[in-house]
Design a binder for this molecule. Structure first.
Ligand SMILES: *Cc1c(COP(=O)(O)O)cnc(C)c1O
Length: 394
């Protein structure tokens, strides 16, 4: 049952409400990475690729992630960062619908997803247009000229959640393809990718899946589409036979064609071990606990801090796992909150974000965190110049 705090290496005296940005270190990871370095890399050297299963690790780990996102074995692979996976999925979708020229996203999407789309549109230079209506207007903006709808299920800033099944069905009815970015979904709640027939999904693993900073991303392709996909990033490890060293690219016949280059073995080993914390966990329990903790946190903060304005929808089916509050001096206020042992983060222009990760948080943490936020607000600590110095990462 939850929480499973004992499985994590949490620093003393910290309440960590930023697992939506960088997950906590699972204890299993330390041992596994040490072993991968000393016993595998150190002793096996190049033999590790065959003897230690390194080459199969992206697909093996992909299958474990598949379990968490409702995808069948053999439909998810790992590698690179999420930005790259967005690019691959988007390019593949555009090639599947060459007669259409519209990419539909929303203005609440994470900027890199839009930046990658902008770069791709420039590179292929076929006159594609990117439309970004407000999140609640996306469903109505799906028209017969749309090539692909690309959305992040949960808004990284406000925590608002799209209805994945409904939007996917609407995209398909209009003849468009559907890409879901699950950065704030995988490991946060139940995702039913195959059931809603999404065409592509991508996501990162260093947030709710605790793989560590820069951990590899995942990509899912609907199995009946995979062999029609012409990979934009046609690297040798997506080749049908990388070690044939042919001079011409021939895509692999499975999800392996979405691989690019050499897999990051240390980070994949970290992720593989990090996924052990989900063994025996029911995602429904995680979700229910998350909503209950979120409700408690909202009630406690609203009662104590009248100057903070809730940005996250109160309705359970319309929110992900994080709770966000708007406050004009949010950056400095968050620095003060962090200095007092409660770690959340800030997203411009005015959002204070608090991630609720039930594997290592409980009711007592919610109340204690609200007390710290109350103290910062009542004492107007955000006025203190030391909390107004901007770091590169907010
Ligand atoms: C965190 C996040 C990213 C980050 O992309 P990287 O390439 O891993 O840096 C991209 N998209 C969304 C929606 C995110 O939440």
């Amino acid at each position: 049952m939850l929480p499973r705090k004992d499985l994590f290496d949490l620093p003393e005296g910290v309440i960590y409400l930023d697992g939506n940005s960088l997950g906590v270190l699972p204890k299993s990871v330390e041992e596994r990475v040490a072993e991968t370095i000393t016993a595998e890399w150190g002793q096996q050297l190049i033999r590790g690729w065959n003897k230690c299963g390194w080459m199969d690790l992206p697909d093996k780990v992909g299958d474990r992630i598949g379990v968490l996102i409702g995808a069948a074995p053999g439909t998810v692979t790992m590698g690179d960062t999420l930005s790259i996976k967005v690019y691959q999925a988007l390019d593949a979708a555009l090639k599947l619908r060459p007669d259409r020229k519209v990419i539909l996203s929303d203005c609440g999407n994470f900027p890199t997803d839009l930046y990658m789309a902008q770069g791709l549109v420039q590179t292929i230079a076929k006159g594609h247009e990117i439309r970004t209506p407000a999140p609640d207007g996306v469903a109505d903006a799906i028209s017969e000229d749309v090539t692909v709808v690309i959305l992040t299920e949960v808004d990284y800033s406000t925590g608002r959640r799209h209805n994945m099944a409904e939007i996917t069905a609407k995209a398909h009815a209009a003849g468009a393809l559907m890409i879901w970015d699950l950065a704030h979904s995988a490991g946060a709640f139940t995702v039913k990718l195959a059931e809603c027939e999404a065409d592509f999904a991508v996501g990162c693993t260093y947030k709710y899946l605790n793989s560590g900073p820069g951990g590899p991303a995942f990509i899912y392709v609907r199995p009946d589409l995979i062999n029609d996909i012409q990979p934009a990033l046609s690297g040798w490890l997506g080749h049908e036979a990388p070690f044939a060293f042919d001079l011409d690219y021939r895509p692999g016949m499975t999800i392996q064609r979405m691989r690019v280059g050499t897999p990051p073995i240390l980070q994949l080993a970290a992720l593989d071990a990090a996924l052990d914390v989900w063994d025996g966990v029911e995602m429904e329990d995680v979700r229910n606990k998350c909503l209950a903790l979120g409700d408690l946190f909202i009630a406690e903060v609203e009662a104590r801090c009248p100057d903070l304005t809730l940005q996250t929808p109160r309705e359970h089916d319309q929110r992900g796992s994080q709770i966000s509050f708007a406050f004009e001096h949010g950056y400095a206020a968050m620095q003060a909150v962090i200095a007092h042992g409660v770690i959340g983060d800030f997203r411009a222009p005015n959002t204070m974000r608090f991630g609720i990760t039930p594997l290592y948080l409980d009711e007592g943490d919610m109340i204690a965190a609200a007390e710290v936020i109350e103290k910062v607000m009542k004492e107007e600590m955000w006025r203190d110049p030391q909390y107004n110095v901007r770091s590169a990462v907010t």
